[in-house]
Design a binder for this molecule. Structure first.
Ligand code: ARG
Length: 567
């Protein structure tokens, strides 16, 4: 089946064109805000009237007269200055509703287009902290949405595994390693070594030369240094993977910056030969046209070293060659906007044809300011998840003391990590977030525990009905209440919400929507009986319950959050 709005467009478009050929690009339809006005609103008459210099209500009348009768349309009304409101037939609405939850509603949504999502991407040898949360879960949600819509998606963790920190770590490791600590908490020990190096080298600058020397050896393939470097990566990834698995996050590839090391000289050659980069004070630099408002971008330093931008260029080239990718999506905080502007522009100058999207997000802060490991006010992701699960366990135990401990622990795991993810995903991506323990751990209002709870409650109603399967009943009740109409009206918008959220890379549109749906469901549930009603009404209401649950589950899944059958 086609999207409902598409179906309407197909009916409306010939009618509008009949009124004026200009109408072709003026087809504007949307869901009505309020189900009492109908389901779909068309705003084309106003736009068309402007260019035809006619009265919009009259244009609306002409459009309406040209619309053929359709089994989908119950009635049409012209409202206000010329809005055309369509009330859809119950049969049409319910047939559509029964398709919701199946991804077949997205035919032609750029099917088979290949997208790579670059997300999480922590720098090696540092523990994952709250600063890594947003890229990880926003990227994961974007990946889920695009996959759901039928794109072919690769999730890539572009880890920072190449850079000056390795020379320093090698010197520090050989001088001050605490073997015991390295065994029990390897990354913590690497962090300690790094900090120590920074402190000691402040008074002993010769250490910096030593570090540079070790880095050079690593880059030239020195066996011992390469082995140690690999070990740093291994221990880091082991720890990251524990966190990813606790958060239900997966990747298809883990290609760090080092993967592109050998192709950077080729990119630099191409930049030189095409006259895009030129020498300046010993370095190789791309200068942009003044109108582009971009700072010059160094692609190779005087000592031959390549830079972050160079590795991202090599990475784009590789992804195009290897995957014939159509779109590249990068999820990082907004401090990297200038970096991606430069890299994308250089890629265009090189004539590389691929769509590139940077999805920036605001950073997470404390009320007192930024996180900083130096100030010791960093929150590690492991700790954040521990706290959320602990809090969830307490609440579950309070509500359900009779459940076996094992089950309570499992519920707490799902609820805890859901709360952490939802706290982040439900906020406008572009804004900075003030980290607040009480908000992260809140289980009421627009939070995932609340939504999970609505889902579990529906499952319990369904269990109580004793029916194994619930589908749209053949015999519908003769009367459907306004509240039920409103619930149906909210439900049918779900596919369009997914499309909008994906197009804008905005998971919060999905969370807002599921929250609204849950409220609409609660209103229905609190004002209607279900199981005690006559058979036709009971079956119909159970069906509404089931479809609500399907949407909550699908929506939360797109945010990377699981549901529970009971809580
Ligand atoms: N490792 C980088 C950082 O922590 C993020 C990498 C983002 N991806 C990319 N292709 N540049 O800042």
């Amino acid at each position: 089946m086609n999207l409902l709005t598409k179906q309407l467009e197909e009916i409306l478009s010939p009618a509008i064109e009949k009124v004026s050929p200009e109408g072709r690009d003026k087809l504007i339809i949307q869901f009505t805000r309020d189900a009492s006005l109908g389901n779909i609103q068309c705003n084309s008459a106003m736009a068309l009237a402007k260019s035809l210099k006619q009265n919009p209500r009259k244009v609306a009348e002409e459009i309406v007269a040209a619309i053929p009768s359709s089994p989908l349309i119950e009635s049409i009304e012209i409202a206000g200055p010329g809005f055309i409101n369509f009330r859809l037939t119950r049969k049409g609405l319910l047939a559509y509703l029964s398709e919701i939850g199946s991804s077949d509603l997205f035919p032609g949504q750029d099917e088979n287009k290949k997208v790579i999502i670059d997300y999480s991407s922590p720098n090696i040898a540092k523990r994952m902290h709250i600063g890594h949360l947003r890229s990880t879960i926003i990227g994961d949600s974007i990946k889920r949405m695009y996959r759901y819509m039928g794109y072919s998606v690769i999730g890539d963790n572009h880890i920072g595994d190449w850079g000056t920190q390795f020379g320093k770590l090698m010197v520090a490791y050989r001088s001050w390693l605490d073997k015991e600590n390295y065994k029990t908490s390897p990354i913590e020990e690497l962090e300690r070594l790094y900090v120590k190096f920074e402190q000691v080298s402040a008074d002993k600058p010769e250490l910096l030369d030593e570090a540079r020397h070790e880095l050079k050896k690593l880059q030239d393939g020195d066996e011992t240094n390469v082995a140690l470097w690999k070990e740093f990566i291994d221990v880091s990834l082991q720890e990251y993977d524990t966190i990813y698995s606790r958060m239900d996050i997966t990747f298809d590839t883990y290609r760090g910056e080092s993967f592109y090391h050998s192709s950077m000289p080729g990119v630099v050659e191409e930049l030189k030969s095409k006259g895009i980069a030129r020498e300046s004070e010993g370095a190789l630099v791309v200068f942009f046209d003044e109108s582009e408002h971009l700072h010059p971008c160094i692609v190779q330093k005087g000592d031959g070293a390549f830079l972050y931008a160079t590795s991202d260029l090599a990475c784009i080239q590789q992804r195009m060659k290897e995957y014939h990718v159509d779109r590249l999506v990068y999820v990082t905080d907004d401090r990297q906007i200038p970096h991606f502007n430069q890299v994308f522009r250089i890629s265009d100058l090189l004539g590389w044809e691929v769509e590139k999207i940077h999805v920036p997000f605001g950073i997470m802060k404390f009320t007192e300011g930024n996180f900083s490991s130096r100030k010791g006010n960093v929150i590690y992701l492991a700790h954040l998840l521990d706290e959320a699960e602990k809090r969830a366990f307490e609440i579950v135990t309070e509500k359900n003391p009779s459940l076996p401990e094992e089950e309570r622990t499992e519920i707490a795991r799902v609820v805890g990590r859901g709360a952490v993810k939802y706290f982040d995903l439900s906020q406008n991506r572009s804004s900075n977030i003030i980290f607040d323990w009480d908000k992260v751990l809140s289980f009421e209002g627009n939070t995932s525990p609340y939504l999970q709870y609505v889902y579990a409650r529906i499952q319990s109603i369904i269990r109580k009905s004793g029916l194994d399967e619930i589908s749209l009943p053949d015999l519908l009740p003769s009367d459907i209440s306004e509240t039920e109409d409103k619930l149906i009206h909210t439900m049918i918008q779900f596919p369009n919400v997914i499309i909008q959220a994906a197009a804008g890379y905005k998971p919060n549109l999905i969370s807002d929507y599921i929250f609204e749906l849950s409220q609409s469901f609660n209103y229905f549930y609190n004002s209607h009986q279900i199981l005690k009603e006559a058979e036709d009404i009971k079956l119909f209401r159970l069906y509404l319950c089931r479809q609500t649950a399907v949407i909550i589950k699908t929506g939360l899944d797109l945010l990377g959050i699981q549901v529970l059958e009971r809580m």
